[in-house]
Design a protein around this ligand. Sequence first.
Ligand SMILES: Cc1ncc(COP(=O)(O)O)c(C=O)c1O
Length: 468
Amino acid sequence: MADDLFSPALSAAAEHATRYLAGLGERPVEGPATVDDLRAALDVPLPDGPVDAAEVVRAVAEAAEPGIVATGSPRYFGFVIGGALPAAVAADWLATVWDQNAGLTVGGPPAAVVEEVAGRWVLDLLGLPRDASFGFVTGCQMAHVTALAAARHHVLAKMGWDVERDGLAGSPPIRVLAGEDRHATIDRALRFLGIGTNAVEAVPSGPDGRMRVDALAAALAGPTEPIPTIVCAQVGEVNTGAIDPVAEICEVAHEAGAWVHVDGAFGIWAAASPTRRAALAGIERADSWATDFHKWLNVPYDSGFAVCAHPASHRAAMGTQAAYLVHAEPDGPRDQMDWNPEFSRRARGFAVYAALRSLGRSGVADLVDRCCALAQRFADRLGALDGVEVLCDVALNQVLVRFHAPDGDPTFTPRVIDAVQASGECWMSGTTWQGAPARRISVVNWQTTEADVARSVAAIERAMRAQL
Ligand SMILES: Cc1ncc(COP(=O)(O)O)c(C=O)c1O
């Protein structure tokens, strides 16, 4: 029977997966195995011939497991890495089993339909225009590429230049005004799109880390001739969670004929919370948005979302045709490859659909509110400890701290970070903030509780004492 060919390997994976997930809350966050240990376990000679599938799955699981970083742990606070909701994990398994090619509707109609539905749910939850176009991409990096390709098309078309046909050689130069605290993926997207990082003029931030609208307005007022211009704003700076004043940015940028793109990798999810939404007032007035599902929505990697208020420009930048492709009827479901940079691709919409359907509107709002409240709790508890400096107000779910030794040793913060990570109790990433080492705490996991915060603060306190 055909299912016997799969069930031993799938059962082995399911057995491992359920054990791993059940132990997530208690296992050390950082796996004990080093890269050398993992090489020793995994770097075996390529077998001369076939090996039983279940045996391979068990061997991979056993060799990899000791090095797995428990990013789904409720005490993993590194980078901005979300956990994974049960419904999303399970739906993602099905996406693998069904193995649809989600480029065209004809490659898997349910994959196309869940993206249509989930995409519209997200526009609704985040308060973005109902008729905006969207693409499900690998992450915020590719969401920037997608949205900024639409922006590139739009601002150049206004100057009579067809960038898809004629490229950028000889085109009017594009100007990009982006906050000085923008994420590195903005510059990387501009590199990929041939706009180049030299096109970027950094707009200064105020002491609160938000883009200064007066500085943006002054920069926009500079040129006397029309210049194709893209403004990149941000809601949720990676260190501080700072939220740019998007309504005011849109006002001055649109008056100058510029396109406004918003990097909302994680921060835009605050719009799904009735108590937080006011901080993002006006985001719906932008021209494009980029976000992630694998961060705050707790969908497994990889999963991002590009949204565009100008569907014609989005499609002009991404759409594709070839004689052998079977496109959907004009009034039928959307073909995903018209809105995505990928051609063949994974049906990542199933996991997003499942995450949203399992949480519901109030569940998404609760997730956002809970993470923000726990981040504040972290800041309050850490701020009460001797030698801990909380570096800025908690705008969302990010906390930024620095540790001070009585003798002023500048290596103290990184040493404390190393000690906490080695303890396996929790995991937080380091950064440099205003020229000195700092530690970022990102609360973004659906399972994190008050007890996890208390346990992590206790681990930090112990590590600080041990490093004195
Ligand atoms: C503000 C911001 N933008 C963009 C990104 C990049 O997202 P991704 O890694 O999903 O491409 C991040 C990642 O942390 C981020 O915080």
